[in-house]
Design a protein around this ligand. Structure first.
Ligand code: PNW
Length: 475
């Protein structure tokens, strides 16, 4: 059936957004009182990022934000998700706010509102103030309380004008790539510490959500964005199903267990007993973490395919898409193998499977009935290059977006309360350990001149946003 036969149309109130994060786009790392975060330290440490690249300049959004907001407005986007650099607001991670740092975000929010674009703020997108890491980082309980203080400061400053709040972005990456496999900042490789970090991130979410609510109008929405994985198994063999259960607990249950249900899964506690005694969980913590949420953010790129460990693991390269560390980001799961899926992949090596996004949305409709869901990130990296005429054609990204937005539409049809979609990312940017080589943007950035050029996918997505209907993937 030709795809044009059935127009894929979304509800009028559906939010069509794009997402970014502070360290990946802002640059201006030493301006207006900002101090280093763990990502400044990490990216300036030889051997940690591709080509030694850093976010020192990134796409200089700090100075180009007006142009970037104008671009979003021209495209017709209705929402923009960005994150706040903690060390711009609290350079030591503690104490009073630096107003010059907050002023940047006040200007940005004003600019968005003036263009009719709804801001969504992520408080923490991985850039912990270095001083807090020096005091032990996320494996230390105190950091959760520091986060609550920071949340209160930002909530007080912007809560009157920003309705959508996200405490943490992908705490899985912070805990397990940051402290387990070490491919993300701060680059530590300590399985027990990674599980302490996970709990303290959960606690930070709970304390931060309370702090936000105590200073903001009740109409505002507080959420967390999880990179929940869709975990598939190579067979229905009991050993493979057990492997799938383990990875599902370590990817998803470790966060949604306490956040949505007030408890860590028993199977997670059992599977990680040789790594940690879970004494990091103190009386009362689970009640703090298990706050009623106003919405849940889900970031989706690709599913995981696992089996019980076999020769595939011994001989093959890592297939979990999490970089080239000899240390695993999956504590207690040495008996699990990750497999590549057949079919097409993006430039990240991540398989393209829109059905995973549908399944993820349906799964969380069951985990949290009635809770509004947002796709807070979805997108693809491709090796985009301008044509001689200066235009950038990225039909693969259009196909990716068409496939995944169609999957969102199917989830809506199946009863999921999906309220919006944020494309990752608005702009090409600093892709963490991969540096600038992986381009996720709908807008191309020439890193030599910082000139911005909307790719054909940006025009395609803008048309979808303006009309509420997906243009054909071939547009
Ligand atoms: C997410 N993994 O990161 C982040 O929220 C973004 O900042 C990032 O640019 C985007 O996805 C694309 O990578 C991830 O190893 C980083 O599975 C790594 C993984 C997943 C997500």
């Amino acid at each position: 059936m030709p795809e044009s036969a059935t127009p894929v149309t979304f509800p009028p109130a559906f939010l069509w957004g794009a997402a970014t994060s502070a360290y990946q786009i802002e640059g201006a790392v030493r301006e207006d009182g900002r101090t280093p975060s763990i990502w400044d330290t990490f990216s300036h440490t030889p051997g940690r990022t591709a080509g030694g690249e850093t976010g020192d300049i990134a796409v200089d959004h700090y100075h180009h934000y007006r142009e970037d907001v104008a671009l979003m407005a021209e495209l017709g986007l209705s929402a923009y998700r960005f994150s706040i650099s903690w060390s711009r607001v609290q350079p030591t991670g503690r104490g009073p706010a630096v107003q010059r740092g907050l002023d940047f975000y006040r200007r940005l929010v004003d600019e968005l509102l003036a263009h009719g674009i709804r801001p969504a703020i992520t408080l923490y997108h991985w850039d912990l103030p270095q001083e807090l890491e020096d005091a032990g980082g996320w494996p230390e309980r105190d950091v959760a309380f520091r986060f609550a203080e920071y949340a209160r400061i930002v909530g007080e400053a912007l809560g009157d004008r920003v309705e959508q709040w996200i405490t943490l972005n992908e705490p899985w990456c912070s805990a397990f790539l940051g402290y387990g496999s070490g491919v993300h900042a701060p680059g530590r490789t300590d399985a027990a510490a990674s599980l302490r970090a996970a709990h303290h991130l959960n606690l930070a979410h709970g304390l931060g959500a309370s702090a936000l609510r105590s200073v903001m109008p009740a109409r505002n929405s507080v959420a967390v964005s999880l990179n929940s994985s869709v975990v598939r198994t190579v067979s229905q063999d009991p050993a493979d199903l057990a492997a799938g259960r383990k990875i599902d607990d370590l990817a998803n249950g470790v966060f949604h267990g306490p956040v949505l249900h007030g408890a860590y899964p028993e199977t997670l506690l059992a599977a990680t007993a040789s790594v940690t005694d879970w004494s990091q969980v103190r009386d009362g913590d689970l009640a703090i973490i298990n706050q009623p949420l106003d919405a849940l953010g889900l970031n989706y790129y690709t599913p995981a395919l696992v089996s019980a460990a076999d020769e595939a693991r011994a001989s093959g390269p890592r297939a979990d898409g999490h970089g080239a560390s000899p240390y695993s980001p999956w504590p207690g799961a040495d008996d699990v193998a990750f497999h590549h899926m057949p079919g097409e992949r993006t430039e990240m090596g991540w398989s393209i499977d829109p059905s995973g996004l549908h399944d993820l949305l349906m799964r969380y409709s069951r985990e949290a009935p009635g809770l509004p869901l947002y796709v807070t990130e979805n997108g693809a990296a491709y090796d985009d290059k301008p044509d001689p005429d200066g235009r950038v054609h990225d039909p693969e990204r259009i196909a990716y977006l068409h496939g995944h937005l169609s999957a969102v539409r199917r989830a809506l049809d199946d009863g999921a309360e999906v309220r919006g979609y944020y494309l990752w990312s608005l702009l090409d940017n600093f892709e963490w350990a991969y540096g600038y080589e992986k381009r996720f943007g709908a807008v191309y950035v020439d890193y030599a001149t910082l000139a911005r050029t909307p790719k054909s996918s940006a025009h395609w997505y803008g048309r979808a946003a303006r009309t509420g209907t997906l243009p054909p993937a071939t547009a």
